[in-house]
Write a protein that binds this ligand. Structure first.
Ligand code: ASP
Length: 320
């Protein structure tokens, strides 16, 4: 059976005006590396779960992206990461929230899915489980990234909470946001493997200057991440609070399941109509068991890529 892999590296105010040729090349290379690592697994008959985890791990190791090594800083000047993975063949899921010093949060999420007997672990409990399973840890210095740190320094004494790739501010802000030009982003992957099984995963450092303990949509099954062989696999990126309230990923799946919509129609309704009405900005990647797929966003751009068994490959950043 044909197989397909899609990835994203965040959505937001991503336009040619904020990227020079060198940056474009770096992102292109970062996205291609991630596509290649997942594609190798699919090509060799591996599972969509493993392909999604591999593609996401590659982006977690790349400081261009707001996940793993490149995670943004919280109000306390620390990194707190969220991640989730879901297996569409049996609706198994694993998620972690507010973890620190985990080199690859998506690997820990998969471990939660496979070996914890639970779906969602947070904070110290997730850390203890990681230790017991021999998950690779990394010191604070590994996660230190000067541009992300400077991004935080600019707003740490304010109430701003900055979406990594938008230069956004939330309720409570009292003055214009300084330097609203940084655009990087959360990472995600969805895949259908040659056995017809779907999987989705998402990993993030969240939002710069986020409140200690804040959890976004990314690790919440049904909001930022969802997979079901009968409908689709979805990974979201954008303003997490709105994606949580709109239950975005599961809503797309429901429109396909209960209204029989195509993947593109379902994504368009949720991202370009319902989410917009709520005031939510961002996007998602989606694939179904037949390999139909969609990149859907209501922001200026989304770092994204696709590779499939028919030899099709694409990497893009900007709006259509
Ligand atoms: N959705 C993520 C969050 O709210 C942020 C992002 O996608 O960049 O934590």
């Amino acid at each position: 059976m044909p197989f397909t892999l899609l990835i994203h590296g965040g959505a937001g105010n991503i336009t040619p005006a904020i990227m020079n040729a060198e940056q474009e090349e770096q992102y292109r290379e970062g996205l291609r590396d991630a596509l290649n690592s997942g594609y190798e697994i699919l090509k060799n008959g591996g599972s969509s779960v493993d392909a999604v985890a591999a593609a996401i791990s590659t982006m977690e190791d790349n400081t261009l992206f707001n996940a793993g090594k490149g995670s943004v800083f919280t109000k306390k000047g620390q990194n707190e990461m969220d991640a989730a993975i879901m297996d569409g063949s049996n609706l198994a899921a694993g998620a972690i929230a507010g973890v620190r010093n985990i080199k690859n949060p998506i690997v820990l999420a998969r471990e939660v899915m496979l070996h914890s007997g639970h779906v969602f672990l947070s904070g110290n409990g997730a850390a203890e489980f990681a230790l017991s399973q021999g998950i690779e840890m990394a010191p604070d210095a590994y996660f230190f990234n000067k541009s992300r740190y400077d991004q935080w320094l600019e707003i740490r004494d304010t109430n701003y909470t900055q979406l990594d790739h938008k230069g956004d501010n939330l309720k409570g802000a009292t003055a214009p946001l300084p330097n609203p030009g940084h655009k990087f982003g959360t990472v995600g992957a969805v895949a259908v493997d040659m056995h017809g099984n779907l999987a989705a995963g998402t990993s993030t450092g969240g939002m710069t200057n986020k409140r200690f303990g804040r959890i976004g949509d990314s690790p919440v099954i049904g909001a930022g991440t969802y997979a079901n062989n009968n409908t689709c696999a979805i990974s979201c990126t954008g303003h997490g609070e709105l994606f949580l309230r709109a239950v975005v990923a599961y809503d797309v799946s429901c429109l396909m399941e209960y209204r029989g919509l195509s993947i593109q129609d379902a994504c368009n309704i949720v991202i370009k109509e319902k989410l917009v009405k709520l005031g939510g900005e961002g996007g998602l990647i989606a694939v179904d068991a037949q390999g139909n797929y969609d990149f859907c966003f209501n922001s200026a751009g989304m770092y994204r890529g696709m590779r499939n068994s028919e030899g099709k490959e694409l990497v893009a950043f900007y709006g259509l």
